[in-house]
Ligand binder design. Structure first.
Ligand code: IMP
Ligand code: MG
Length: 183
């Protein structure tokens, strides 16, 4: 990743560390949800790499669905406003939902989404989040499955973007400041 690496300040979590953690989370989910009707709800687009890896480490007949909710646009600051841009394809009534997301920051997005999915009649709703930026939390949200605790830095890679770019970096990285000052 020679071209993309030029815009990176540091690597926070390597692809090997991610792979090991995903295996652990998948094993935990397999144990916790045995015999239950599970729907993995991936939040587009950031959750895609994590969703693809996590689902293959879960040894249960899960189904998949996706949602797209508005987040940061092209800025590095949260708007605090959540809008559904693409809704689920299937009814989740009576299903055990696991929302799969790349990163939780202020928690505002998930604090809106979890009650909404519960209102729709899901049997349970839990969160599986790859990266947790706890220091910046504004809304109180319970996250059952966490990949990594990360500091308050702007992250790209493994699904996380800056202006829709860098999602394809295999590691979790801190973006170099020169990239936003250029924009
Ligand atoms: P929250 O509502 O503040 O928790 O923000 C959640 C969403 O903001 C995440 O799903 C990401 O899409 C985006 N986000 C938060 N922090 C970062 C970051 O450091 N890099 C890229 N996207 C981020
Ligand atoms: Mg997101």
């Amino acid at each position: 990743m020679e071209n993309l690496s030029k815009d990176i300040k540091t690597v926070l979590v390597t692809k090997e560390q991610i792979a090991a953690k995903v295996k652990e989370l998948g094993a935990q989910i397999t144990k916790d949800y045995e015999g239950k009707d599970v729907v993995l709800v991936g939040i587009l687009k950031g959750a895609m790499p994590f969703l693809c890896d996590l689902m293959r480490s879960i040894d249960l007949p899960v189904t998949l669905d996706t949602m797209c909710v508005s987040s940061y646009g092209n800025s590095t600051v949260s708007s605090g406003h959540v809008k559904i841009k693409k809704d689920l394809d299937k009814d989740i009534r009576g299903k055990h939902v696991i929302v799969v997301e790349d990163i939780i920051d202020t928690g505002i997005t998930m604090s809106h989404l979890v009650p909404l999915l519960k209102e729709r009649g899901a049997a349970s709703v839990e969160l599986a989040i790859c990266l947790n930026k706890k220091e910046r939390r504004e809304a109180d949200v319970y996250v059952k499955y966490v990949g990594f605790e990360i500091p308050d830095e702007f992250i790209v890679g493994y699904g996380c973007d800056y202006a829709e770019k860098y999602r394809n970096l295999p590691d979790v990285c801190v973006l170099d400041h020169k990239v936003y000052t250029k924009a």
